[in-house]
Ligand binder design. Structure first.
Ligand SMILES: Nc1nc2c(ncn2[C@@H]2O[C@H](COP(=O)(O)OP(=O)(O)OP(=O)(O)O)[C@@H](O)[C@H]2O)c(=O)[nH]1
Ligand SMILES: [Mg+2]
Length: 453
């Protein structure tokens, strides 16, 4: 570039007959302009570095309906590639697990309440013990009911203090980002725990109260009348998110640590609210320095529009489709979960924005499918097109695999390979091994694509 073309030289050229005062003023203005220009250059360089880093990293988008297991698969990635970082978060998950447990207790007590019209409201037990009117339930259950009331009040307090949310809700819901983790005691590299004395005291009180309530919870869960009421209402509590009642002995112990059983953390339920991007830098020697950007989204119907901006930037999509054929969507109880997954699958396959993206399907929650089939539930009752095919796991899986494959072939804008895996994301040994395989596959595929280019 000619000096005379340089915009700085042109803009700050000395005018004829410049006074000394004007010259000083012009020199200062030039210095300021150069400083701003340097700052812009540096910020452009930084943006370029970030973009370059992103380009080299593996970029994965997790998609699927709510409760399909996206966040559980993300935790498996963290376990496989950043286990040390994952361990640091265990205290956060301990509180979540305890809250999940209390939520199941609330479900049982609600059933008790519904089933027994004479039982008084949960949170307003009678002032004088023994003043319940006669009813179909035993005195034992009424005593347990009363004994567990403080635990429910504690749940309210915790939700209010830790998540600033009022009243009980079926699920823990936190805003996107990791600030909620620091509220539960997580100390990240750049974050200090935000726990106040009051919050710490509440967490400690919860541990004591859980220990004191352990026997009541065990009795409630083991009670025949309660089990009968669950069966009558077709409530499969073991298949619901965040189910820990079978682990009460461990979890209600004052020495409980989720590290004793890492799958506890994967089983813990926190509903994703919005879109969260997780940046992982692999810790193992083999992959040292490999980076991932994994985007986890909310799967609720009303949130799916927010996925689209992330389509462009992703190299691979992991689509979670649990083969749970006998459950309805929480947000719309008229819609069968598996039908909803198929509808979503069709939209993802036909999206032009995703034409070049690898899509891997995880037929998740295979453990639940196995239990459901074993308990004698018939697929054809929920999916009439299944007809008289054998009511066996293998046959059911093949049937749905064929349906997913057919739509994939028919609707993909360009030909691409159909890849699917049967998973149970809470089985961490097999799932961490699988995510490593998927990771290797994405790298191989990218290399092939760049060779073709
Ligand atoms: N039994 C069983 N439970 C699973 C499996 N995968 C996930 N879960 C549990 O199901 C619940 C829901 O899983 P999440 O990973 O939170 O679901 P999500 O897709 O992230 O849901 P949203 O954040 O609401 O969109 C959690 O408690 C998980 O631990 C599985 O294969 N088997
Ligand atoms: Mg989630």
């Amino acid at each position: 570039m000619e000096l005379s073309d340089n915009p700085f030289i042109v803009a700050f050229k000395a005018p004829a007959n410049e006074t000394e005062e004007e010259r000083i003023h012009r020199a200062r203005a030039l210095q300021d302009a150069q400083r701003v220009s340097r700052q812009i250059d540096e910020s452009l360089q930084e943006t370029k570095r970030i973009l370059e880093r992103r380009r080299k990293a593996i970029r994965i988008l997790l998609l699927g309906q709510a409760e399909s297991g996206k966040s559980a698969v993300l935790k498996n990635f963290q376990l496989a590639f950043t286990p040390q970082q994952f361990q640091k978060e265990r205290d956060v998950w301990k509180t979540i697990i305890q809250l999940n447990l209390i939520s199941s207790v609330r479900t049982l007590l609600n059933i008790l309440n519904e089933a027994d019209p004479n039982t008084q409201s949960l949170l307003t037990p009678p002032h004088t013990p023994g003043s319940y009117p006669n009813s179909s339930y035993s005195n034992k259950l009424r005593r347990i009911h009363l004994g567990l009331s403080p635990l429910l009040s504690m749940e309210n307090d915790l939700n209010r203090i830790l998540f600033a949310s009022g009243g009980p809700s079926r699920e823990i819901r936190v805003p996107a980002g990791s600030t909620w983790k620091s509220k539960l005691g997580f100390r990240g590299t750049h974050q200090e725990s935000e726990l106040t004395k009051a919050q710490n005291a509440t967490k400690n009180n919860l541990i004591k109260l859980l220990e004191a309530s352990k026997e009541d919870i065990e009795s409630l869960w083991g009670d025949e009348d309660i089990q009968h009421a669950l069966e009558e209402r077709e409530v499969h509590l073991r298949d619901t998110p965040g189910f820990f009642l079978d682990d009460i002995e461990r979890i209600a112990s004052p020495f409980y640590q989720p590290t004793d059983c890492e799958s506890d953390i994967v089983r813990a339920r926190v509903r994703t609210d919005g879109v969260e991007e997780h940046h992982l830098i692999a810790e193992s020697v083999r992959l040292k320095g490999n980076e991932f950007y994994i985007t986890d989204v909310s799967g609720m119907r009303g949130s799916r529009h927010s996925w689209i901006p992330f389509f462009d930037d992703s190299q691979a999509i992991l689509f979670l489709a649990p083969l749970v054929f006998n459950q309805m969507l929480e947000e719309d109880p008229r819609v069968n979960r598996l039908e909803d997954s198929l509808m979503l699958w069709k939209e993802i396959c036909s999206s032009v924005l995703l034409a070049n993206c690898n899509i891997v399907v995880f037929f998740n929650k295979m453990d639940i499918l196995r239990r459901t089939i074993q308990s004698g539930v018939e697929v054809r009752k929920y999916v009439p097109s299944y007809g008289n095919a054998p009511n066996e796991v293998e046959s059911v899986t093949k049937y749905f695999k064929d349906r997913f494959r057919t739509y994939h072939k028919k609707l993909s804008p360009k030909p691409r390979t159909f890849i699917c895996h049967e998973t149970s994301a809470i089985d961490i040994n097999s799932t961490t091994a699988l995510v490593v395989t998927v990771h290797d596959g994405i790298i191989r595929d990218n290399l092939e694509k760049s060779d073709m280019i």
